[in-house]
Write a protein that binds this ligand. Sequence first.
Ligand SMILES: N[C@@H](CCC(=O)N[C@@H](CS)C(=O)NCC(=O)O)C(=O)O
Length: 206
Amino acid sequence: MRQADIPFTEQMIPFDSFDESSSFKKTISALNPVGKVPVLVEDDLVIWDTLAIAEYLAEQFPNKTLWPQDRKARAHARSICAEMHSGFTALRSAFPMNIEAHLPTIGALVLRDRADVRRDLTRIESLFTELLNKHQGPCLFGDFSIADAYFAPVCMRIETYALPVNPVVQNYISHLRALPGIAKWIEEAKAEKQFLAFEEPYRVAR
Ligand SMILES: N[C@@H](CCC(=O)N[C@@H](CS)C(=O)NCC(=O)O)C(=O)O
């Protein structure tokens, strides 16, 4: 929403734990029956789940062209978002998103030992490379779209764990990081300076 200049106010609900008795669960459950973030609230309308939020925004702001304009590209973009939504579980669980951390040794060890994580990374690298070559960048479908927002967290994981990717993908990640909406997101994440032990499989302190 920030990258597309759609006005909103953010209410951060800090994670203490995901136990039912946690302050996070109590706060979020009052808003969203699923008890997870993100949630978009507009007057009496509550929309949860990233895919539902993305579709709602694309419908509400057609002139922001949040999905690619070309019908076939749009279908392709929806396919890769759905693939991310329900897939890449090995990579996502082995490499939790942690923007402030720098864990290259963990990255190398996990890739050495886990074929399922290597498979996920290979798939991401090849889908990025194919799209960037086809649409000539700078984003996956040319201009910034929901697909880039959807894959930004995985790009952050590639950086945190220093995962090896080809130069085309590396350039794309650098471009993405520099976009104002993404740069602000990274800046705000770094400013949090929180250490959540239950979300940190690899560190004992910041
Ligand atoms: N499929 C959901 C996933 C949402 C999700 O798992 N959110 C995490 C934070 S990134 C959460 O709220 N977890 C709380 C929990 O698992 O109880 C989406 O994409 O919106």
